[in-house]
Design a binder for this molecule. Structure first.
Ligand code: ZN
Length: 312
């Protein structure tokens, strides 16, 4: 078996100060903006169950912004991008609280704009003691005190957690060509392939031998297939990667189609020749059952090499 490091792509974990700054600035600015919208919506639509999904959405937006910033800033370090997700999550919460405190106070009297985290923190204490919204339509007593603080803490943890998770996980999946200083930007998927009947067919992959894949039939009829995905650096054409997943399609109790995908192999390095061979591969033709030889017909019995008749 070849060395794992030779056979599979591994991220360098590199990141530069300017790229990291770009990631943080873009991520925080975008997250704070979405947070501001969230802050206003949670006040105007004070329905706690709906807010829960909004909270997850805010975390997704913050993490997504960091991901875009990390791609732009070429940050390959998933710890750095994950920490960027925490920073963006804090920015999202800050934007949400600034706007929320403003709309709450504007409703009662004159709108107050608090920008510093310390003053926001003090205002949260005052508002929390009085309470703002109630749970359920029938209740008119505002939720306040410990219950409200617990809700706020859970809200903050969801935003920070989802944001950090998204900004970490999506960077893990993205290969980078160090030679060209660019993300690997060409993706192709092979047609669905039948799983091998003999499990040892793909054993060669342990040594980087792809010939087993080239024996797999295309367009499988069964509920399971192999999905082969290729990635390549468009610039240098020297970095080629292959990932393989097993996909099982089934129907649940309601008759809905469900697909479960499990990764068998992630970002294996390929030679340019193997990459081209796989790129052109459409699945091997099904092995047809042996057909009995047709009985000789009079036409077939005529020797095609025989000279033309005398009438010509
Ligand atoms: Zn390249």
């Amino acid at each position: 078996m070849r060395d794992y490091k030779d056979l599979f792509y591994q991220s360098s974990g590199a990141f530069g100060p300017i790229g990291t700054l770009m990631m943080l600035v873009f991520g925080a600015a975008a997250a704070a903006t979405v947070g501001a919208v969230y802050g206003a919506l949670t006040y105007w639509i004070p329905f706690v169950y709906l807010n829960f999904f909004g909270t997850i959405g805010l975390g997704l937006a913050a993490g997504g912004a960091v991901y875009l910033g990390a791609v732009f800033g070429k940050v390959r370090n998933t710890t750095v991008s994950g920490l960027g997700g925490v920073v963006a999550g804090l920015a999202a919460l800050w934007g949400a609280w600034v706007v929320w405190i403003y709309v709450v106070t504007a409703d009662a009297d004159t709108g107050v704009i608090l920008l510093s985290p310390a003053s926001i923190w003090r205002a949260m204490g005052v508002i929390g003691a009085h309470g703002v919204w109630s749970i359920g339509r029938s209740s008119s007593t505002p939720v306040s005190g410990t219950t409200l603080y617990v809700v706020w803490v859970i809200e903050a943890l969801i935003v920070l957690g989802v944001s950090a998770f998204i900004s970490h996980v999506f960077m893990v999946r993205k290969p980078f060509c160090e030679r060209c200083n660019s993300w690997v930007n060409r993706k192709n998927s092979l047609p669905k392939l039948s799983p091998p009947e003999d499990a040892s067919t793909l054993d060669g992959l342990d040594d980087g031998d792809i010939s087993g894949i080239l024996t797999l039939e295309g367009n499988p009829m069964g509920s399971m297939h192999l999905q082969v995905d290729l990635q390549a650096c468009r610039t240098c054409d020297e970095m080629h990667l292959m990932s393989i997943s097993a996909v099982v399609e089934s129907r649940n109790d309601k008759g809905e189609k469900e697909t479960s995908t499990s990764c068998l192999l992630k970002n294996m390095r390929l030679s340019a020749a193997d990459y081209q061979a796989l790129l052109a591969f459409k699945g091997a033709a099904p092995a047809s059952p042996p057909v009995p030889a047709p009985a000789p017909t009079p036409a077939a019995a005529v020797d095609p090499q025989s000279p033309p008749g005398p009438e010509a």
